[in-house]
Ligand binder design. Sequence first.
Ligand SMILES: Nc1nc2c(ncn2[C@@H]2O[C@H](COP(=O)(O)OP(=O)(O)O)[C@@H](O)[C@H]2O)c(=O)[nH]1
Ligand SMILES: [Mg+2]
Ligand SMILES: [Zn+2]
Length: 292
Amino acid sequence: MMATESGVVVKSVSGVFTVLTDNGQKYVCFAPKKIRYNDLDVIVGDKVTFDLLRHGKGVVSEVLPRRNKLARPEIANVDVCFVVLACEPEPDLYLCDKVLINCFQEHIEPVIVVNKTDMSTETIENVAANYGKIADIVGVSALKGDISALNKYLAKGKVACFAGQSAVGKTSLLNAILPEAKGETGGISEKSGRGVHTTRHSSLYKAGDGFLADTCGFSLCDLQGIRSDELRMYLDDFVNIAYNCRYPSCTHTVEPDCAVKAAVAAGELNEARYRRYVEEFNELKEAEKNRY
Ligand SMILES: Nc1nc2c(ncn2[C@@H]2O[C@H](COP(=O)(O)OP(=O)(O)O)[C@@H](O)[C@H]2O)c(=O)[nH]1
Ligand SMILES: [Mg+2]
Ligand SMILES: [Zn+2]
């Protein structure tokens, strides 16, 4: 009788998948065409069942439903996204807004990680003023190896990834958390000169009790498939106030008796965050106009 096992795909190279089972065994698996062409090409992060062949090899029999999927590079079932900011380069909060919106859309828990706290801790205050109501914020220093604040997010079976602008220290953090992966992750650089569209295979590494992806969440960085009039639904701090707006469909821009605008005026909601929202709303609206 053939034994059936289940686990997480931690590596994928040209149709050969490495699957890690709950009890820590690794198996080299192949996926039959039936599965791979059924719109379910197996990707890293997938939870799969497989039939065990001999010599530690297996054949994937089922891909379990995905809770989410990030593109470029592909990774499935992401639980946590470390959104990295630093005092240098100056934080791009528009980018941070977008990553957070995508996280909420994909049901990924965002954790804002302020790196380079060895240089300055001022950034944390500004970040807290903007995002303290909607995400955990932790300070770290990859340089000093001061990264223990990340451990609690690497919980059992959870998959975490990094996002954030260039040079904030994503690769340095990854190397600090996973010294054993250093050789391999050293080659992963946005500055490799091979262009952004070079296909890279992401891998998952055991980190704490969970997994860490060795690639960055690039696909979390643009707002695709979100309409201007639904943007507000992905800002939890706005949502918590919006039931007091006069109109249920209030976009918090031009409508009268808007509770969000009132909260901004009263200093209860960060004004810079609100202004960015209005800009992002107008950008989406403009793009919609041009489309139809
Ligand atoms: N002072 C300081 N510099 C850091 C820290 N982490 C990274 N860096 C530096 O910031 C630069 C960019 O780091 P890198 O990891 O390549 O950023 P990435 O582009 O986000 O992957 C490098 O020169 C790092 O040495 C830190 O915690 N403190
Ligand atoms: Mg990097
Ligand atoms: Zn409103």
